[in-house]
Design a protein around this ligand. Sequence first.
Ligand SMILES: Cc1cc2nc3c(=O)[nH]c(=O)nc-3n(C[C@H](O)[C@H](O)[C@H](O)COP(=O)(O)O)c2cc1C
Length: 172
Amino acid sequence: MSASSSKERIMREEDFIVSKTDVKGRISYANEIFIEFSEFKENELIGKPHNIIRHPDMPRSVFRFMWQTLQKGEEFSGYVKNLSKHGNFYWVFANVTPSYGPGNQLLGYFSVRRKPSRDAVTLYEKIYREMVEEENKHSSANKAMDASLAILNDYVEQSGLTYNELVIANEM
Ligand SMILES: Cc1cc2nc3c(=O)[nH]c(=O)nc-3n(C[C@H](O)[C@H](O)[C@H](O)COP(=O)(O)O)c2cc1C
């Protein structure tokens, strides 16, 4: 899909984009709004890895940070630019949590996304662009991730807030 045909789709105030995955991040459930924005059919999503809607403008380190947070049993909140089947894109403010069954057994993960503020989209577009540029400078994946996350951490430190406080602050 060429970049010129790529259009931004904006979430409505009342929209919630919901998905569930198994422990490996394969989609086990997607709600109607997910299907609408992703432009995939339900049967094209179920069983597929969640990176089916990964946008190349997203820094790899953001997902690494997300998975590390989830693997600690904590919830992750953050801004994500997603890619639709037909090459369109949509920004979300995502909250991702691990789901546990009886005996604290990990069942999978759950994500609810709502419309992000425009100020947040403008800010994270800039931060993520810097992070992707940094990642592209390194041949070692680990160095790329560390240098990229250092950029995000600088923004967090400048704000005087924690990462979680900062992402929520952008929505108030
Ligand atoms: C519940 C859940 C929801 C996710 N939602 C998204 C999403 O909306 N967009 C996305 O690009 N990745 C999402 N991911 C992360 C993907 O699993 C994957 O790590 C990411 O797309 C990076 O893919 P890559 O490692 O192949 O580059 C989600 C993961 C989980 C567990």
